[in-house]
Write a protein that binds this ligand. Structure first.
Ligand SMILES: Cc1cc2nc3c(=O)[nH]c(=O)nc-3n(C[C@H](O)[C@H](O)[C@H](O)COP(=O)(O)OP(=O)(O)OC[C@H]3O[C@@H](n4cnc5c(N)ncnc54)[C@H](O)[C@@H]3O)c2cc1C
Length: 408
């Protein structure tokens, strides 16, 4: 190995961009290259608002080059295969060698796992699908909207709940609420996957007149009969179906033999190294970790990956441990929001919804890409939220704004 270790970060989404920008501050030790399929960074949390015309899809795309530290090289080309034994990434027309690899390839909805869903249903988990749903809502005149979770895992677990509450508000604002029944489907015994959050979700659904149909594992959709059926034998008619498909890891993970049957990479839950490959780290949605697939998880994982990778570069063993931290700001409808903060050991205990938490969510939506652009991280801001007791939200004034700058 030469004087600098060659690090390739595969994927220029939330996890990859953060890790690359943080590593770039150690340019005397590492030379960092990001390889991304498109070079266009997609800020996915904004997709929640596209169906309601509260966000324009084009505002959610950022030029990855502008987000990256100037010392980070960017290659915009899809990787078709990784060969861990030879430490190589293959493109259709060549390959790159690395000393250390960070896999940040995210995951994708797999509607094909539910026959008929692609033709008969909608979702908002990609730009084209969010636009298609926006168009469907534009012509919707009332009836039965069936919305919910089509299977596990999927990214951002609260998003279907948030969407349903925003949908109820949108229907009301557009004079359609009293002409529309909303049914929420969940494969679980309760609407949401985290039991400690369910009493709040059930209260919010009751307030907004949303009915839950639990133990509904969607098996197939019949677009002609407008019917969704479950493994449990239930059939439900719909006028508009909005079902979040189960997700899979990136195809490159399968092609490289690095994933399990869902395409998730077995990852050490503490060091974030790929199991069996000490010089490969995994971050964000690509892992098989038992935590929410979320940008927030990727954010909290990034410093751990950087510290452990630099330890290896210096000839030491990884010392820093990820505790499973996640922090989600959640829309709860009627102009309010709440916050879920949790880790491997401690489940969330959401505070009463307030306008403040919704404001923080919208602040994050605006500020987060800018923070990445400037090479900052919001770790200190997020940490301040984590430390402050739920019932006393932190004041986010000028001092906190200064402390946003990552001084690590
Ligand atoms: C509707 C919606 C709402 C959400 N809301 C929230 C929220 O409120 N809070 C939150 O924390 N999270 C939220 N998320 C989830 C969050 O966006 C993801 O969890 C996060 O983007 C994961 O980051 P990542 O780096 O793992 O993957 P991504 O950000 O998805 O990035 C993966 C990157 O890898 C690249 N890539 C993949 N395969 C290859 C290949 N073979 N070659 C080259 N490049 C490749 C892709 O082009 C992409 O740029 C939401 C997601 C959705 C869809």
């Amino acid at each position: 190995m030469g004087s600098k270790a060659k690090v390739i970060v595969l994927g220029g989404g939330v996890g990859g961009t953060f890790v690359a920008n943080k590593l770039a501050r150690h340019s005397q030790q590492v030379q960092v290259t990001v390889v991304d399929a498109t070079g266009s960074h997609h800020y996915q949390p904004g997709l929640l608002y596209v169906p309601f015309k509260q966000e324009k899809p084009e505002t959610l795309r950022y030029d990855e080059r502008k987000l990256l530290h100037p010392e980070v090289e960017l290659i915009c080309q899809p990787v078709i295969r990784i060969e861990p034994d030879r430490r190589r990434l293959f493109f259709s027309d060549g390959y790159l060698e690395y000393d250390y690899l960070v896999i940040a390839t995210g995951c994708c909805p797999a509607p094909e796992e539910i026959p008929g869903l692609q033709e008969g249903g909608h979702h908002f988990y990609s730009e084209p699908d969010a636009i298609r749903l926006r168009d469907a809502l534009e012509t919707f005149e009332g009836g039965h909207i069936v919305v919910g979770i089509g299977g596990f895992p999927y990214k951002c677990p609260p998003a279907p709940i948030e969407f349903t509450l925003l949908l109820a508000d949108w229907l009301e604002q557009n004079g359609l609420r009293n002409k529309t029944k909303i049914t929420f489907l969940s494969p679980l015994p309760q609407p949401f996957s985290i039991p400690t959050v369910n009493p709040l979700v059930e209260e919010l659904f009751a307030r907004s007149g949303i009915t839950s149909e639990c133990f509904f594992n969607a098996e197939a959709v019949d677009p002609q009969r407008r019917m969704v059926s479950s493994l449990e034998g239930t059939e439900i008619n719909y006028d508009l179906l909005i079902l979040i498909p189960p997700h899979r890891g990136s195809p490159v993970v399968d092609a490289s033999g690095l994933g399990d049957k869902g395409g998730w990479i077995p990852t050490d839950r503490n060091t974030l190294q790929a199991k069996g490959h000490d010089n490969i780290f995994v971050i964000g949605d690509a892992t098989d970790l038992p935590i929410s697939k979320s940008g927030a998880a990727a954010h909290f994982e990034a410093p751990i990956v950087v510290a452990n990778l630099l330890a290896l570069v210096s000839g030491q063993s990884p010392q820093t441990s990820y505790d499973g931290s996640v922090l989600c700001l959640v829309e709860t409808g009627k102009g309010t929001g709440t916050i879920l903060r949790f880790n491997y050991d401690r489940p969330p205990n959401p505070p009463k919804p307030t306008r403040y938490y919704r404001w923080v969510k919208h602040f994050m939506n605006r500020f987060y890409p800018l923070a990445v652009l400037k090479g900052w991280s919001l770790t200190l801001f997020l940490d301040s939220l984590r430390r402050v007791p739920f019932q006393r939200p932190p004041f986010c004034g000028s001092e906190e704004m200064i402390s946003l700058k990552d001084r690590q």
